[in-house]
Design a protein around this ligand. Structure first.
Ligand code: MRU
Length: 341
């Protein structure tokens, strides 16, 4: 049974704390925005769609806590909250998409302050329900690309832990499995934060789907030996031309897949497509603390003071992507013609 990635309980946001997985299943209760913002920054909640939903619920949380009868004061409070949340992580466009959608509610004219407060909460809850439907639809389209018996390689975690349910890349695998297809997954460990080792393998094992964990640098070997039929990953932001930012290491996999003639797919909801940018060059790439690279499981593994470069994402050019799967279907190149809002 899948556990909720995030939930709304008695006016607060509860997040399945992903930094504790796979050892401990524990929810973090966020009763204020600082706790929620810290949870997003430190990847307690992570994955592009889940980050957006966490922000939407955070804004609902703030609306619920604000008891002012003054409409302007409520809106000011929500704008301030939006700024704090927008500053947490720069790459996943779903965060900004979710904030804009919430803003369209608090900008509604002609409703009372109490109605506005309630409308904000309702919208956030609706977005969580909607995301489940979107991921399911995306999974059904994605499953059509999986042969009856196949080996699929994935990177990072684009499973239910990264969304309200099902996931994006893993949704295709869950649906194919439900349909009776025989799917085996190669999960890249995904250094430095090990989302593949800690989260993807945990999710798939719980679902009874065969999974084999590999270090990132083993992907070439499994591909070269003919043991991968397709690669499928999620995305954090897709430009209008189909260039796609995803977890660091995705670009290398796309290059390898291309070299070995293996289809390389990206699965993401349309809220991940940033139609405002024409190519991947404009996607902001988050750089994270050197500590994530110099330390492993709390232990220092590199010389003290060594220079570190730690980009959290890379951009795969559209020319290496065989298809992009959204809730609308399977989109083939040229993406600026086939990906439409
Ligand atoms: O840094 P993370 O763990 O938030 O990065 C997550 C990814 O890169 C996922 O592949 C992406 O957000 C898609 S999740 C459906």
């Amino acid at each position: 049974m899948r556990k909720p990635t995030l939930r709304w309980v008695d006016g607060a946001v509860e997040l399945l704390d992903q930094t504790l997985l796979p050892h401990e299943v524990k929810y973090l209760r966020c009763e204020d925005i600082d706790t929620l913002a810290e949870a997003i920054k430190s990847l307690r909640v992570r994955g592009a769609p889940a980050i957006g939903l966490a922000a939407a619920l955070g804004i609902a949380l703030k609306a619920g806590k604000n008891d002012s009868s003054n409409r302007e004061a409520l809106i000011e409070d929500l704008e301030e909250t939006a700024s704090v949340l927008a500053a947490t992580r720069p790459t996943a466009v779903n965060l900004f998409w979710a904030i804009e959608r919430m803003r369209s509610i608090w900008c509604l004219p002609d409703i009372s302050t109490d109605e506005l407060r309630q409308a904000v909460v309702n919208e956030a809850l609706e977005m969580v329900v909607e995301d489940t439907g979107i991921c399911r639809a995306l999974g059904e389209h994605g499953a059509t690309l999986l042969p009856d018996s196949c080996h699929v390689l994935t990177h990072c975690n684009a499973g239910y832990l990264a969304t309200a349910d099902y996931g994006t890349a893993l949704a295709a695998i869950y649906v194919a499995h439900e349909q009776g297809k025989t799917v085996h997954v190669w999960a890249d460990e995904t250094r430095p934060l090990l989302q593949g080792a800690r989260l993807t393998t945990w999710e798939l094992k719980e679902a009874g789907i065969p999974v084999t964990l590999i270090c990132d640098d083993m992907a070439a070997t499994v591909m070269a030996s003919g043991r991968v039929d397709l690669v499928i990953t999620g995305a954090d932001r897709i430009a209008a031309n189909g260039d796609a930012a995803n977890k660091i290491g995705t670009l290398g996999l796309a290059v390898l897949a291309n070299h070995f003639g293996i289809p390389f797919y990206i699965a993401a909801p349309k809220s991940t497509v940033d139609f405002a940018i024409s190519s991947g060059e404009s996607i902001p790439i988050e750089e994270r603390s050197p500590h994530e690279v110099t330390h492993l499981a709390g232990k220092q593994i590199a010389p003290h003071g060594v220079d570190v470069f730690n980009p959290a994402f890379d951009v795969t050019p559209n020319s290496l992507i065989s298809a992009i799967i959204t809730e609308d279907g399977v989109h083939r190149p040229p993406y600026d013609a086939t990906l439409t809002s």
